[in-house]
Design a protein around this ligand. Structure first.
Ligand code: NAD
Length: 384
């Protein structure tokens, strides 16, 4: 069976869905692997490295996808009108498609995949359970995004991060406020601490408070009855009442006014990101301060964020609203993402058939499977 790895063509996308390391292991499953020429270049993996690992290098998208039984992607394939190549049309009917397909955000995608009888697996829908940890693309990518946010925030900040004691005097450490302490936020806290910053962080889930403290940061937040129940059974934050958000805004406002760098990572599944840093809070920050908003793909946590851009406010605060933060550290992000996909495929590999087998009733399959046998099978999309 042939597994195809096309080049990613969406804006800001520098990642690739397989690396030379995972290609070797995919071949070990008995697959033939074809990689589109140039697919790994932006992540630091040249064609020669894939060739050495045993992959065939295909000259273009049509060639890489021809005859493929499995297609590994980072983002959803482009469709007619979305870009220079209609990738979806080139995927053979009946193939398995694995990627971060964002089928909840663009609901017509599932119907298009069903029409081609694809077995489409949307990896960002993976349940956050222990067994799925090694295939958890959201965690692997959020971890790197949180790290990168602090590094880029430090680069944009025109003062030092740690306390610097010199013969000419002492420089105070940077005050860092992290909003949202999920996977990205906890990595941002750890990175800012390693750089010597003084860190505080806010979250609404009850478990987050202890996690924040265990990393040596102080907790900024509201502890009331609502916050005690602010977590879904899946471990995500719930949308909270206006009253709660007002109380939270009061404590965040005090911390923001003192902060040199604010890292925004707060998300609520399936909704626009909550706005936690108002225009007034940004206006209260010192000139030269930096807001790094990695929630920008979901609209941003900061009212001043312009998704995709860096702006400087009237009071001299830089707001970094770049999109797709994991792709800003493409080599590491691709390495982890490629391993996530390899683990997913290996877990459901049927050695006798030399093909994947997705058991009905499996919790992971139930979470990620969008379409199969010509039908939309995901329960949340079937009813949509
Ligand atoms: P996420 O990306 O959905 O959200 C980021 C953070 O924003 C979350 O911590 C959330 O509580 C927080 N947030 C939402 N609204 C907020 C507000 N108004 N103010 C401040 N913070 C707010 O979350 P995630 O990083 O994907 O993690 C989600 C959960 O899944 C966590 O509980 C995490 O520990 C858990 N998880 C479990 C596993 C596993 O067991 N396999 C793997 C990864 C994550």
């Amino acid at each position: 069976m042939k597994l195809a790895v096309p080049k990613e063509r969406r804006a800001t996308e520098a990642r690739v869905a397989a690396t030379p390391e995972t290609v070797r292991q995919l071949i070990g499953l008995g697959l033939t692997v074809a990689v589109e020429s140039g697919a790994g270049v932006a992540s630091g993996f040249p064609d020669a490295a894939y060739r050495e690992a045993g992959a065939e290098i295909a000259p273009d998208t049509a060639a890489v996808l021809a005859g493929a039984g499995i297609v590994f992607k980072v983002r959803a394939p482009l469709t007619a009108g979305e870009g220079e190549v209609d990738e979806l049309a080139l995927i053979p009917d009946g193939a398995m498609l694995v990627g971060m397909l964002e089928a909840f955000a663009v609901t017509e995608r599932a119907a298009a995949y069903a029409l081609k009888r694809l077995t489409a697996c949307s990896m960002e829908l993976l349940p956050r359970i222990t067994r799925a940890q090694s295939m958890d693309v959201l965690s692997s990518q959020a971890n790197l995004a949180g790290y990168r946010a602090v590094i880029e925030g430090a680069a944009a900040f025109d003062r030092g991060f740690p306390m610097l004691m010199t013969a000419a005097g002492t420089i105070a450490p940077a005050n860092v406020l992290v909003l949202g302490a999920g996977v990205a936020g906890l990595q941002a806290i750890a990175t800012a601490r390693r750089l010597g910053g003084r860190v505080s962080a806010s979250d609404v889930r009850p478990a987050a408070k202890e996690e924040i403290r265990s990393l040596g940061a102080s907790f900024v937040g509201v502890e009331d009855e609502e916050s005690a129940a602010a977590q879904t059974t899946g471990g995500y934050a719930k949308a909270l009442s206006e009253t709660y958000l007002r109380k939270q805004a009061e404590v965040v406002a005090v911390a923001a006014a003192k902060a040199d760098i604010v890292v925004c990572t707060a998300l609520v599944q399936g909704r626009r990101a909550p706005v936690l840093l108002s225009e007034a809070m940004v206006a209260s920050m010192k000139p030269g301060s930096v807001v790094v908003d990695i929630a920008s793909d979901a609209g941003g946590n900061c009212a001043a964020t312009v998704p995709g851009e860096m702006i400087t406010t009237a009071n001299g605060v830089k707001v970094l609203g770049w999109r797709n933060w994991a792709a800003r550290i493409p080599s590491s992000a691709s390495s982890l993402y490629a391993r996530n996909l390899l683990t997913f495929l290996s877990t459901f590999w049927d050695w006798d058939a030399g093909a994947p087998k997705l058991p009905e009733g499996d919790e992971i399959v139930h979470g990620v499977l969008l379409t199969q046998g010509g039908a939309v099978v995901h329960p949340q999309l079937r009813s949509a």
